[in-house]
Design a protein around this ligand. Structure first.
Ligand SMILES: C[S@@+](CC[C@H](N)C(=O)[O-])C[C@H]1O[C@@H](n2cnc3c(N)ncnc32)[C@H](O)[C@@H]1O
Length: 301
């Protein structure tokens, strides 16, 4: 049913309600959580459908051969680690894949034996629950605002911003061409082009986009993808160009943690003020409190 048909059906139904009951029914429609749940779950279903489409375009590990550096970085980690994209695979899907023998939560300590240890899972995307938390709990109303996702990868932040927020512009900057093509496919299929734009570019060439943004999202953006020198250059560029007073910056991990690892001398307290977030919210059975508390929000001073 399209919008016009739905409006027509609702008006037809309301026309049958008695004059006495009509104000109560309209009040219920405006304020009842039944209606809110209906809307929320529709948006959830759109994101699930996008994840399904993306899974069909990507290998199981959701990484592409052109991101050698990131693949190497994971292989070099001390603890054996598997990239499992949290936007594409929820716990139930991982369980099913493990049962089918296509994925494993463990690795063998000595080949042939039953001695196993749990693998570390690492995700290069926010999960659907984290995205819902970000747009429905952490960020204020984004009506009329521009959000920039630095390193938009599969586009998860952009699609969630489209369905969960009223942001007027959602811009993704992604240096990997394959991921840009993938995002364009989804934007076209779901008709998101009126509010979402993706730029195939190094963020360091996007001065005015950063300067004009009301919200900038930085989810684990550089650590696995750039060498140390490139990371320092990128953070210096962000520090120089995200300067609009009152604009917001979302990061995982905290700015302090990212910059300390690089021993950078950016005076954080002169740049941003952290806004305390309450991550103690239940957003369904996949809610991971630890993951939510890793999300940090800052306002530019
Ligand atoms: C961890 S993913 C973030 C995914 C997405 N923002 C999310 O939250 O779901 C980081 C992405 O940033 C991209 N990236 C890293 N450095 C970049 C740069 N200097 N300019 C543009 N994109 C960059 C990588 O290619 C990668 O796809």
């Amino acid at each position: 049913m399209d919008v016009a048909e739905a409006q027509c059906a609702i008006l037809g139904l309301l026309g049958q309600v008695s004059a006495e009951a009509l104000p109560k029914v309209i009040h219920w429609m405006k304020h009842s959580s039944d209606i809110e749940e209906l809307t929320t779950s529709n948006n959830d279903v759109i994101l699930q459908s996008i994840a399904e489409d993306l899974r069909s375009f990507l290998p199981l590990e959701a990484m592409v051969s052109t991101e050698n550096q990131a693949i190497q970085a994971i292989e070099n980690l001390e603890q054996p680690t598997l990239h499992v994209d949290a936007f594409l695979y929820d716990d139930d899907t991982i369980d099913s894949l493990c049962k089918e023998g296509k994925m494993s939560r463990d690795y063998c300590l000595s080949c042939g034996s039953r001695k196993t240890a749990p693998l570390e899972f690492l995700s290069h995307s926010f999960s659907p629950v984290e995205l819902k938390y970000l747009f429905q709990h952490a960020l204020p109303d984004l009506a009329g605002k521009t959000l920039v996702d630095v390193g938009s990868r599969l586009g998860a932040v952009l699609y969630a911003g489209y369905v969960y927020s009223s942001a007027s512009r959602l811009c993704g900057v992604e240096m990997n061409a394959e991921f840009c093509d993938l995002q364009q496919k989804i934007i076209q299929k779901y008709q998101f082009a009126d509010r979402i734009q993706v730029y195939h570019s190094d963020v360091c060439s996007q001065k005015s986009l950063l300067q004009d943004a009301d919200v900038v999202v930085l989810n684990n953006v550089f650590e696995y993808f750039l060498n140390k020198k490139e990371q320092i250059k990128a953070w210096t560029f962000l520090n120089e160009n995200i300067r609009k007073k009152g604009s917001l910056v979302v990061t995982v991990p905290s700015l302090k943690e990212s910059l300390e690892k690089l021993q950078m001398n950016i005076k954080l307290d002169q740049w941003v003020e952290e806004i305390e977030l309450d991550s103690d919210v239940y957003l369904g059975e996949d809610t991971d409190q630890q993951a939510l508390s890793d999300i940090h929000l800052y306002a530019i001073r």
